[in-house]
Design a binder for this molecule. Sequence first.
Ligand code: ZN
Ligand code: ZN
Length: 124
Amino acid sequence: MSSNDHRRRAHQRAESFRCAQCRLDVSMDAPGTAHRNHCPGCLTSRHVDLRRPGDRAAECGARMEPLAIAVRGDGEWVLIHRCTGCDALSANRTAGDDNPLLLVRMAIRPLAQPPFPLEVLAQL
Ligand SMILES: [Zn+2]
Ligand SMILES: [Zn+2]
């Protein structure tokens, strides 16, 4: 592809992106969220948004690794990403087709590796 072609394509509204981690071609249409910002296969994201999802205002562009799961008051799962370039954290809604095995594995990781013996809880 020539650099000219590349520039022309960049002007079009992005309809898919290639995952920086597993190279999956990901459609921007995500069930359950307006802004697809991570790969449904490996949950990796890129640091492109600065303040709001979809603003594409960040200049970093580095790969963002899934770090943890948080839950909002309404029960919605939120994926916490950490940027491998600048250590920024971001919270992103999970999509309906995100890899459920990876999501659950991340959610139970703290319980699988508790910082104290869980037997302590029985004594409270
Ligand atoms: Zn991926
Ligand atoms: Zn970054």
